[in-house]
Design a protein around this ligand. Structure first.
Ligand code: DGT
Ligand code: CA
Ligand code: CA
Ligand code: ZN
Length: 576
């Protein structure tokens, strides 16, 4: 079957989500969850669903049953779904807008639409303000007030985005502003400077001899769709991708204080401000001032503020009020792993399984990044949707890697590896004999996320007790903004990892960042060591490593905690 439409995974998932919503509105049971599950599976599928459809059975995708597989084929072939159209016709217009609001379920939405003819959120707000909702059967004054509150919340709430998606955009804006002759200092601030895993909006701070010009350039950047606020000190815009960016232009004398203030976090700032108050000082975005004398104690540079408060400078990634201020006072802040400390990537894919590039292409790209080694970890047989390798194919791949290493100048080493699958009972989808031939064995859970905490914990512990397993890949299975982590007793896993010398991966793929900052920190507390990995599916993805380092830093990790900050001979010892 030739496919001219090139329907994307997101388009398929969007249709399935809408079917789920509409079935739910009709009060159909169970089916909506099945459609949601399938939508999620398609959204998070690393390869194009159209390719899967061409080469295999769609119902091999975990979460996709036979019935829905047929519907997906229809979408791929025609670009739309007849079933969805018929569902749409059954419902009163506008109902779907209403159900997006917190606290309004399908039943209420249908009642509002049928009884009052409400089609939009604006109309809903108007009718609530007019007191017309309270008299509907099943509503009442309290529900009416709650509806108003939900409408307001929906107007202020901004969707969060992945750090990995926003960081390049933010840097590009920073670069353009920095290139203006009148701009003296410019820095990212807020959550993006702290490298938080998701971003609400982007905050940028600058000083300039011509604030007007800076604001003009900013408000007319390519990609700006709307200007929300336009002023001399603050301009806020929304990019066509829906991301809000706030630019503040301050005086040079206040830059450090403003940078400190607008970097946050809010919680960090509150604790810091208490330290100032204890000295009868005041800390705000203009500086640190002595209230008794009116004298400015600090404000020009950020470090000066921390110094004046008796603290070591605190890296932005740590500023979450998780003990960093106490550590800065006691001089016990960790020596955080540097962004340039990584010597190689321990989990990348190639064309042999679901990757886009050859082993040689990945190796070349890794060398360009200054790496000394990279581990080729394609999927094993158990993961058929990812075209996992059989033991025979893997043996071919090992021979290929050995050949490439032999022909190389010796400055760079390819490690042979696998990302094998942890089965429902903890068994690995490759025989021990094959595993023994590999340099790096990453084992990950890719299915059966619904197991109980006890089952999942035992499953992963069983895999860790396999002598060949060296690394647990993306240990909680979460997909940021989309899939919750599976239930697992991480404390038990971390204790076992420390005892067995199994590394925990910090998977740097933008939607994973798994382990998370907080989990990485507790793992470190249990004595665990880590592997940082991009999980690259194409050579450009190797750069995701930066996000993994950011997560490690936010988890208070040092270079010593991370296996792949070591030169190859030492890494090999750790992997034995
Ligand atoms: P986001 O945008 O939700 O990812 O997170 P942030 O941390 O960037 O938050 P945002 O954009 O609302 O504010 C930027 C920074 O400004 C924040 O990290 C700290 C500072 N800030 C904002 N509101 C307050 C506040 O009420 N008190 C204090 N002390 N600082 C605040
Ligand atoms: Ca922000
Ligand atoms: Ca902001
Ligand atoms: Zn992988």
């Amino acid at each position: 079957m030739e496919n001219h439409l090139r329907v994307t995974n997101i388009e398929v998932a969007t249709i399935l989500h809408e079917v789920a919503d509409l079935l739910e509105l009709k009060g159909v049971r169970f089916k909506p969850q099945a459609y949601r599950r399938a939508a999620l599976a398609i959204e998070t599928l690393p390869e194009n669903v159209a390719d899967v459809a061409r080469e295999g059975d769609l119902d091999e995708i975990p979460g996709v049953g036979k019935g829905i597989a047929k519907k997906i084929r229809e979408i791929l072939e025609t670009g739309s779904l007849g079933y969805l159209s018929s569902l749409r016709e059954e419902l009163p217009e506008g109902v779907q807008h209403l159900t997006r609001l917190e606290g309004i379920g399908p039943k209420k939405a249908i009642a509002l639409s049928r009884e009052l003819g409400i089609r939009t959120v604006d109309d809903l707000e108007a009718k609530a303000l007019a007191g017309r909702i309270r008299d509907l059967p099943g509503f009442g004054e309290k529900t009416e007030a709650n509806i108003l509150a939900s409408v307001r919340a929906s107007r202020t709430a901004t969707e969060r985005r992945l750090l990995g998606q926003i960081l390049p955009v933010a840097r590009e804006i920073e670069r353009r502003l920095a290139s203006l002759a009148s701009v003296r200092q410019v820095s990212l601030a807020g959550s993006i400077r702290r490298r938080k895993e998701t971003i609400g909006d982007v905050d940028i701070l600058a000083t300039s001899t011509r604030p007007e010009e800076v604001m003009e350039v900013f408000a007319t950047l390519p990609g700006v769709e709307r200007v929300l606020v336009r002023g001399m000190t603050k301009t806020s815009v929304v990019l066509s991708t829906g991301i809000q960016v706030d630019l503040r232009v301050v005086e040079d004398g206040h830059f450090g204080a403003a940078l400190q203030y607008f970097t946050g976090s809010k919680e960090h700032n509150i604790t810091l401000r208490k330290l100032a108050i204890a000295r009868n000082w005041r800390l705000n975005e203009y500086g640190l001032a002595d209230l008794a004398t009116g004298r400015t104690v600090a404000g020009e540079d950020e470090a000066g503020i921390y110094r004046a408060l008796g603290l070591a400078w605190i890296e932005p990634e740590l500023r979450e009020d998780r003990g960093e201020i106490e550590a800065a006072r006691a001089g016990t802040l960790p020596d955080l792993v540097g962004y340039d400390a990584i010597r190689g990537d321990l989990h990348v894919h190639t064309r042999w399984s679901e990757g886009a590039h050859s082993i040689e292409e990945m190796a070349k790209a890794a060398r360009t990044l200054g790496y000394e080694y990279v581990a080729i970890c394609d999927h094993a047989e158990g993961l058929r949707i990812a075209r996992g390798l059989s033991p025979g194919r893997l043996a071919d791949q090992i021979r290929d890697i050995e050949r490439i290493n032999r022909e190389s100048d010796g400055e760079f080493t390819l490690l042979s590896g696998t990302e094998c699958n942890i089965g429902m009972d903890g068994t690995i989808d490759l025989p021990d004999g094959t595993l023994a031939d590999l340099d790096v064995v990453v084992a990950s859970v890719h299915s059966g996320f619904k197991q109980s905490e006890k089952e999942m914990t035992e499953r992963v512990l069983t895999a860790m007790h396999n002598d060949h397993v060296k690394i647990i890949g993306h240990p909680t299975g979460r997909i940021l903004l989309s899939r919750e982590p599976y239930r697992i007793d991480l404390a038990a896993v971390f204790d076992a990892a420390a005892a067995l010398g199994v590394l925990m991966e910090i998977n740097a793929f933008p939607a994973r960042l798994d382990l998370s900052d907080v989990n990485a920190r507790s793992a470190r507390g249990a004595g665990v060591r880590f592997s940082l990995a991009s999980d690259a599916h194409r050579r450009e993805n190797l750069r995701y490593m930066e996000l993994g380092v950011a997560t490690a830093r936010r988890g208070w990790l040092s270079a010593e905690d991370i296996a792949n900050t070591r030169p190859l001979p030492e890494l090999r010892r750790l992997l034995r």
